[in-house]
Design a protein around this ligand. Structure first.
Ligand SMILES: [Zn+2]
Length: 398
């Protein structure tokens, strides 16, 4: 679903541009070109275009601030993307402590404030007969607005991240902190939509009011998505392997020959069937059909199932008390279709595949999921597009 253009990378972080960013670039060029008309038409438009590019650079530097601080905490930054409402740094996981989360949150505004002071100083030094005096001054103001706007205290804005870190510090509960900061974001977003409409009613400035309302709508949507992700993270930590696993596996006799195993079980070719071999009341290990295929057919009459099993100590397993985030991460890291759950006694307690996981999450959160949906997920071995649990699980590990 990547519709963004990659235009390069900074410090190893890929930089993307969403097509909607060009709306901003166009508006900025137009705005500055009009403001600089006294320079003459060509010079004004050139200066406008330069200012639009410097606006672009300002936003990138702001996001780079967040990104580099996150990276210094050992957190991976997947990309920086510029779009209609500014920039986003795709930071893979949460900081480990509220203080570190605060550092990431304020890093962007700190860069912008720093640029404001630097540019304001340069503008002061330049004589006001020099056109650069006004351009640098405008750029300084852009950076100030960038910092102050982002410090509005509601998610998804930086101020919301600051609020989250503060509540997290006070209550010790990160999830509650995100819920509250997201609520603040929603309230502020709705307030922006209402004031956008009020501006239109009072002043008739359609473009300004539309812009404020759009920003509000964007804020509300993102605040809701923060809440949703947090609820999912909480669910993945709450659900344990024991509650999600099924007994959808077969126990076969480890002492039988491979031929007998093939005759008994491989006729009703259910591709997703999981087999464990047992003898003398003990689990000997997992039977993997590919391993069977590696044995010469002529040896199937003499070799036993036990000779090809993978012992439980050598296959990836989780305990019954493992949380679902752990289960999902292990499935992804080892690229497994399913994982074995072992009991404290070392026996096979159950198995979990992606279908079981989605079913448990959907049940817990009251999401609609039909049997056909679950069956399809089991067969395809991947999560549905609207429920990318592998991404949520990764951001949950702490
Ligand atoms: Zn920011």
């Amino acid at each position: 679903m990547q519709t963004n253009w990659r235009i390069g990378s900074l410090f190893g972080i890929p930089l993307f541009i969403d097509p909607s960013w060009f709306v901003i670039l166009g508006l900025a060029t137009l705005n500055f070109a009009v403001a600089y008309q006294k320079l003459g038409t060509i010079a004004a438009w050139s200066a406008g275009a330069v200012m639009a590019l410097l606006l672009f650079a300002s936003v990138v530097l702001h996001e780079l601030g967040h990104s580099l601080v996150a990276r210094s905490q050992g957190i991976k930054v997947n990309s920086i993307t510029l779009f209609l409402f500014g920039g986003i740094a795709a930071i893979e996981e949460e900081s480990k402590t509220p203080a570190k989360a605060l550092q990431v949150a304020i890093a962007g505004p700190t860069v912008s404030i720093g640029l404001f002071f630097l540019l304001a100083l340069i503008a002061k030094i330049l004589p006001n007969t020099n056109p650069l005096h006004f351009m640098v001054g405008d750029l300084a103001r852009i950076n100030l607005v960038l910092a102050l706007f982002n410090l509005i205290p509601g998610l998804p804005l930086d101020g919301g991240q600051v609020l989250k870190a503060a509540i997290w510090q006070i209550t010790g509960d990160r999830f509650q902190a995100v819920h509250l900061a997201a609520k603040a974001g929603q309230i502020l977003g709705y307030a922006a939509i209402v004031s956008g409409l009020a501006v239109d009613y009072l002043t008739g400035e359609l473009v300004t009011s539309l812009w404020i309302a759009l920003l509000g709508w964007f804020g509300v949507r993102n605040a809701i998505s923060y809440e949703r992700v947090t609820t999912l993270q909480q669910t993945l930590l709450k659900l344990k392997a024991k509650e999600v696993m099924t007994r959808n596996f077969r126990i076969v006799d480890a002492n039988q020959t491979l031929r007998s195993f093939a005759d008994l079980y491989l006729r009703d070719c259910t591709p997703l069937q999981v087999y464990f071999a047992e003898s003398d009341g003990r689990y000997r290990g997992m039977v993997v059909i590919e391993d069977l295929c590696l044995v010469e057919r002529s040896e199937w009459e003499t070799k036993t199932v036990e000779s090809i099993v993978r012992p439980l100590t050598e296959i990836p397993t989780v305990t019954e008390s493992a949380n679902l985030a752990e289960v999902i991460n292990k499935l992804e890291d080892e690229r497994l279709p399913y994982i074995t759950v072992v009991s404290p006694a070392g026996a096979v307690a159950g198995v979990i595949d992606r279908g079981d996981i989605v079913q448990a999450v959907a049940q817990t959160l009251g999401l609609r999921m039909t049997d056909a949906d679950i069956k399809r997920i089991k067969q395809q071995g991947s999560y549905p597009p609207g429920l990318q649990l592998q991404v949520i699980a990764k951001s949950t590990q702490n």
